[in-house]
Write a protein that binds this ligand. Structure first.
Ligand code: AMP
Length: 623
């Protein structure tokens, strides 16, 4: 096994990385470092975050930079501000003993003035997000005519984020004679295109196989109904008391919602997404890195490329649309030779994606069964006992209180004391899981698939047969409908405007011409009714009441018969809405029953032939 010295790494850099605990070069470093230390060598390296790629390009780039010259000699492009800061931190650590070498991160969303000030002092290495670098070039502050090395880190993500034009503009500023180093977790057509456009005689280095998932990561999926996703998440995180994880969500809204719910339920979680201010994001990342936050609930973009040590799990709260994102997500764990687990909480409709990912990463997912409440409680109990056993006692510190403590517990025997102690730390769990609802695994049958259709949040119903609310939800009537322009987006806005303090969760929405039904969690129903009853929407007074309680707010809610009539009228109007279809369907069924009511045959499990010939055959023959 070659050492860093044998790879050609300079003494001053070796000193710094030894202090960081780098003993042996990692595979990508063994391949990339000696090659980049040579001259005129372009490279395209397929390596995930966590493989040591920052040092793979960072060490040779720093070594080849002349610290005496005050010109910019290297540019490292990264897709996000967080990654940009992380790379700059890493490079600064590697360059600790190279005197006079200045590495500066510049990124969008932050005040440009301090960045200009720093660049004006003379900077040899700029780590930048593409948009901000262009801004600085346009202001004449960043000058790239002496750049010898340009690195595109997480190149695939930069392209996904639409930075290709900015990248082109940056390349136009570079001198002819420069090296291009392209690092990407996956090889896509777009990456190949960039490679052809900007790289010359490049060497392609693949760590592991192309597009392979991280080697040390296990992949598990849990199949649940969508309505049970959050409950399943809680079971999973409760089952791993020492979990330290990123929970990936698909949208900013979902990210914030899940983080809020977890916090409300007493978990140590924080959200990371683009709608938060830079300051909030920095603070969250700082807390997460220091392990003072246990769960980072994040969007793909916000958490892209982040190197957080010791993540035990990555949790996919639903699968991402593209396989590349899954590769990036799961690559956050199982780093530096450690084991990690990527858990996906999915519903039946996402199962095909699992198969696709399996094919791509060449690994099989385990079809997981959610832990039972008993199993979870046992795990938590062991953790509590373990914590007690491992707690060091500072005798000196506790001594002044011992008399009081002994007096207080004088009449308790050891067993009772232990029980009470465990109940204090563990009681919350026992209480919650005593009445924990059953989470059923979908069978994949039609009824389940129908459930999935209806389980999405804020979704407009395509015509449910039953008017019953989903378990845990209450169905509310509101006297506003399509004619009022009261569509799902408006409904959500209206609710959130009138219900202060939190975002209202909404299940099914049945939207009709003149009114609508919404489903809200049982516990929120009264709050919602109180908040919007009597409010005005576009000049109309709003009435909202429990759809199943005919008496309440009767004046606002059409009676069952009237409701049917309105629905039929809508169907006749040719309303393409689902409810119209439902009403038509209802009518057909009624007339079908009428048709067979008094007919001289009985249904025996087979469907009768209603064609002309069928009727003719069944018509009693005249003698
Ligand atoms: P990266 O893929 O650059 O995000 O690196 C992943 C992690 O591995 C970082 O925390 C690095 O500090 C660490 N690392 C990189 N190279 C080595 C090495 N040769 N030995 C030990 N740790 C390393």
């Amino acid at each position: 096994m070659k050492t860093f010295e044998q790879l050609g790494v300079s003494e001053e850099i070796r000193r710094a990385i030894e202090e960081l605990g780098f003993e042996q070069p990692m595979p990508v470093q063994k391949e990339v470092i000696p090659y980049l230390l040579g001259n005129k060598n372009d490279v395209i390296a397929l390596a995930q975050t966590g493989t040591g790629k920052t040092a793979a390009y960072g060490l040779p780039v720093l070594q080849k930079t002349d610290a005496e010259a005050k010109t910019t000699q290297a540019v490292i492009l990264s897709p996000t501000r967080e990654l940009c800061l992380q790379i700059a931190d890493d490079l600064n650590a590697f360059a600790k003993y190279i005197h006079g070498l200045h590495i500066v991160p510049v990124y969008g969303g932050a005040d440009i003035v301090p960045q200009i000030r720093q660049l004006k002092k003379g900077v040899q290495v700029i780590v930048a997000t593409p948009g901000r670098l262009i801004d600085l070039i346009n202001r004449g502050v960043a000058q790239l005519d002496n750049v010898r090395n340009i690195v595109l880190d997480e190149a695939d993500e930069m392209l996904n984020m639409g930075f290709s034009e900015s990248i082109n503009a940056i390349f136009e500023q570079l001198p002819e004679d420069h090296n291009t180093l392209l690092f990407s977790a996956t090889m896509s057509k777009e990456i190949e295109k960039i490679a052809q456009q900007y790289l010359h005689d490049y060497k392609e280095i693949v760590v592991g196989s192309r597009n392979e998932g991280a080697e040390h990561v296990n992949h598990i999926y849990y199949l649940v109904h969508s309505k049970d996703k959050y409950l399943a998440l809680k079971r999973i995180v409760d089952y791993y008391p020492r979990i330290f994880a990123i929970i990936f969500c698909r949208t900013k809204l979902e990210t914030q919602e899940i983080a809020d719910k977890l916090i409300k339920d007493g978990y140590n979680a924080e959200a990371l997404h683009g709608d938060l201010s830079q300051q909030q994001r920095d603070l969250t990342m700082q807390k997460f890195r220091q392990h003072t936050v246990q769960f980072l609930v994040a969007t793909d973009v916000a958490a892209r490329g982040l190197d957080v040590e010791d993540l035990t799990h990555v949790i996919n709260y639903g699968l991402p649309d593209d396989i590349e994102s899954y590769t990036h997500r799961s690559g956050r764990t199982g780093r530096a030779g450690k084991k990690g687990t990527s858990i996906s909480i999915i519903h039946t409709k996402e199962k095909w994606k699992v198969r696709q990912i399996e094919k791509q990463i060449g690994k099989e997912f385990v079809d997981g069964t959610l832990p039972t409440p008993e199993e979870i409680c046992k795990k938590q109990l062991y953790k509590t006992m373990d914590d007690i056993m491992k707690t060091d006692i500072d005798e000196e510190q506790i001594a002044p209180y011992m008399d009081d403590i002994n007096r207080q517990f004088e009449y308790l025997d050891k067993e009772d004391l232990i029980k009470k102690m465990v109940a204090v730390t563990f009681g919350k769990f026992l209480e919650y899981y005593k009445n924990a609802p059953v989470i059923e695994k979908p069978t994949g049958k039609r009824s389940d698939r129908k459930d999935e259709k209806g389980d999405r949040k804020g979704r407009v119903s395509s015509g449910r047969r039953s008017h019953e609310a989903e378990a845990g939800y209450r169905r509310l009537f509101i006297n506003l409908g399509k004619t009022d322009g009261f569509y799902p987006g408006e409904i959500m806005q209206f609710l959130n405007h009138h219900i202060h303090g939190s975002k209202q969760e909404v299940g099914h929405i049945d939207l009709l011409q003149k009114f609508c039904y919404i489903e809200v969690p049982e516990g929120d129903a009264e709050k919602v009714m109180n908040a919007i009853n009597g409010a005005t929407y576009k000049g109309r007074e709003v009435r909202c009441n429990d759809a199943d309680e005919g008496g309440h707010g009767r004046s606002a809610r059409p009676k069952a018969g009237a409701e049917r009539r309105i629905a039929r009228k809508e169907a006749r109007k040719g309303d393409n809405g689902s409810r119209g279809k439902q009403a038509r369907h209802g009518r057909e069924k009624e007339s079908w029953r009428d048709l067979i009511k008094d007919k001289p045959f009985k249904l025996k499990g087979e469907i009768p032939d209603f064609s002309e010939e069928g009727w003719a055959r069944r018509r009693p023959k005249k003698k």
